[in-house]
Design a protein around this ligand. Structure first.
Ligand code: FAQ
Length: 311
């Protein structure tokens, strides 16, 4: 019976049918989706912190409005993604508990600091750029609720990426000091952005199964290469240099070759030892505790309305 269900499930996936919440699915498929979607949701929510740091200090009203909208979009993405994860039978409280206890991961990239205004440009350009590269294929993910959430998220990420690139362009064409600031931000965000795509294909534990289930459509290394190929010409247009002495274009393959990634740094961040890991979790804990009265009030209000409706 189990074997027949498994086969029927895989046939549907192979036929590009969407799997919906009430459909039968293997336990492993459910588990990996809860893991990935909740990690993605946590990333959006923790990802509001590095940029939120600059909302009160944006240099102009125009920049402030754009940044405020971007950070608000990230909050929205987190909420859709928690809802998508809830369709798999976990509660939001449980997922948030896993983030706050350190059991659940969120993207390594959000454990780096944002000391200058140019970091806001670099995050939009590189971090959202990498996010789009990884997330556009997720719009075709076999799990319906996740795939549908990704469509709107990718449209918004695309606005975020342009906002960041335009900010970098303004700095790169500004005073020598502004240009130095832009270069410094690129130097600090380049390698962490490449790490966002996850471990190399040989090290990636989940890739082959996730590709068979059509959760993932491309491997970590394939997407990382596409990102490098798309981004190097953008850096050239800005007149900035990529901090990689080994970077070169291979005319035979049509791809850029790049230097070795420091996986020790990546693994340390995953273990909780990055520059801002503790600060990020502390900020989320405080937000959760400070929000307790809102959750209690919402529950009390819902109970009162129900009472009134019964009368
Ligand atoms: N950071 O076997 P794989 C955003 C973990 S964009 C931390 O290759 P998989 C938008 C992985 O979970 C960022 N951990 O795993 C934004 C696994 O650990 P586990 C979020 C990482 O799932 C922009 C282990 O390593 N985007 O938020 C990372 O097949 C600007 C082995 O890895 C998504 O989450 C990492 N970078 O592939 C917001 C996209 N990489 O769970 C604000 C959806 C890997 O076994 C501002 N996720 N790990 O303990 C995915 O596409 C996949 O989950 C991958 C990893 C590609 C991240």
């Amino acid at each position: 019976e189990e074997g027949r269900l498994q086969q029927g499930f895989q046939d549907r996936v192979d036929a590009e049918e969407k799997i919906e919440p009430r459909d039968w699915m293997p336990d492993g498929y459910r588990r990996t989706l809860v893991r990935q979607i909740s990690q993605h949701a946590h990333s959006e929510i923790v990802g509001m912190l590095p940029e939120g740091n600059w909302i009160t200090r944006a240099p102009t009203l125009r920049r402030k409005v754009a940044l405020l909208a971007k950070v608000q979009d990230e909050g929205g993405h987190g909420l859709y993604l928690y809802s998508a994860a809830e369709t798999l039978g976990v509660s939001r409280d449980e997922l948030i508990g896993q983030l706050l206890s350190g059991k659940a991961k969120y993207s390594s990239i959000f454990n780096y600091p944002t000391p200058t205004w140019a970091d806001i440009g670099a995050i939009g350009w590189l971090v959202d750029g990498a996010a789009i590269m990884n997330q556009v294929p997720l719009c075709r993910c076999s799990y319906g609720p996740y795939a549908r959430a990704m469509v709107r998220i990718c449209r918004e990420e695309s606005f975020h990426q342009r906002q960041g690139y335009e900010l970098m362009l303004a700095l790169a064409q500004g005073t020598p000091e502004q240009k130095r600031m832009a270069q410094d931000a690129l130097n600090r965000w380049w390698w962490p952005s490449l790490m966002m795509f996850g471990p190399s294909d040989e090290q990636s534990a989940h890739s082959s199964q996730n590709m068979a289930w059509k959760i993932k459509r491309f491997s970590n290394d394939e997407l990382r290469q596409r990102f490098v190929d798309a981004t190097v010409p953008q850096a050239e247009f800005l007149g900035l240099s990529i901090p990689d002495p080994d970077l070169r274009f291979n005319a035979d393959t049509g791809h850029y070759e790049f230097g070795a990634i420091d996986w020790t740094e990546f693994n340390e961040i995953l273990k909780g030892n990055g520059p801002c890991n503790r600060e990020r979790i502390e900020a989320r804990r405080k937000a959760w505790d400070d929000g307790a009265w809102v959750r209690e009030a919402a529950v009390a209000h819902a109970a009162k309305r129900k009472q009134r409706a019964l009368k």
